[in-house]
Write a protein that binds this ligand. Structure first.
Ligand SMILES: [Zn+2]
Ligand SMILES: [Zn+2]
Length: 243
């Protein structure tokens, strides 16, 4: 193995050591802090290189969430980074693509953010979470726009695009904060109506989608679909409280 390519095992060991040393340095000695930051920077660089060079068959969130998790800290700089091909932009493009068809990637991505929210103080992690949320809203809105356009043009092929439709629907209905974004909401309304025309939306029993209730606040056609889906989840008694 060359020294350039770090394996995920090696990266994990290094990250754990950095975390341990960080905890030990509780008197915040400035020169130790500086050295720790340098080690972190180097770790981030190596982690980017390793993840970006993973073979296409391996999803980053599915296969390497242990490395991707700590690396998400670097997204804080996303909107300050004006290069199109920086490691950060390349990585985001890749995980965005993988999240288009993979529910497990989507779950890991959101679980990691929830973990950050729980483990760190709001003042330190808040700005990072704002960036990530904005990126997620943009990503999902763009995806919905693309699917809607495809349906409009008659280019939607159920066999070919089914996984994308299921994934984006799963993401929005699992994480209802998406409904706070107005343009996303508009695209989702359009999406859910036209997809229902094609597929007759239904859920398997015992599946819980918190966002289904948000559908009841959208336009009339979508509300009707929302009622049907909510009934399928067996929670109709709660719905009467909303209506
Ligand atoms: Zn995946
Ligand atoms: Zn279908």
């Amino acid at each position: 193995m060359t020294s350039k390519a770090s394996s995920s095992v090696e990266l994990l060991t290094r990250w754990r050591r950095i975390e341990e040393d960080e905890e030990e340095n509780d008197d915040s000695d400035p020169s130790t802090v500086r050295r720790l930051n340098q080690r972190k920077e180097q770790w981030f660089t190596d982690a980017f290189t390793m993840l970006i060079s993973l073979p296409k068959e391996t999803h980053i969130w599915c296969g390497c969430s242990d490395v991707m998790g700590p690396l998400i800290e670097t997204f804080y700089n996303f909107f300050r980074d004006d290069r199109e091909d920086s490691p950060l932009k390349v990585l985001w493009k890749r995980i965005s693509g993988e999240m288009r068809t993979c529910a497990q990637c989507i779950s890991q991505h959101h679980q990691t953010q929830e973990m950050y929210e729980k483990e760190y103080e709001c003042a330190s992690v808040g700005p990072l979470l704002v960036v990530l949320r904005k990126l997620d809203e943009q990503r999902v809105t763009t995806h919905l726009q693309e699917i809607n356009l495809m349906i409009e043009k008659g280019a939607y092929d159920p066999d070919h695009h089914h996984a994308e439709v299921v994934s984006v629907m799963y993401e929005v209905l699992m994480f209802p904060f998406f409904f706070d974004d107005m343009s996303l909401c508009t695209e989702f309304e359009k999406f859910i109506e036209s997809i229902d025309n094609i597929h007759e939306l239904a859920f398997a029993e015992n599946q819980e989608f918190p966002g289904v209730y948000a559908l009841l606040f959208l336009n009339r056609r979508v509300r009707v679909i929302g009622y049907r889906l909510a009934r399928a989840m067996g929670k109709l008694r709660y719905i009467y409280m909303f209506s």
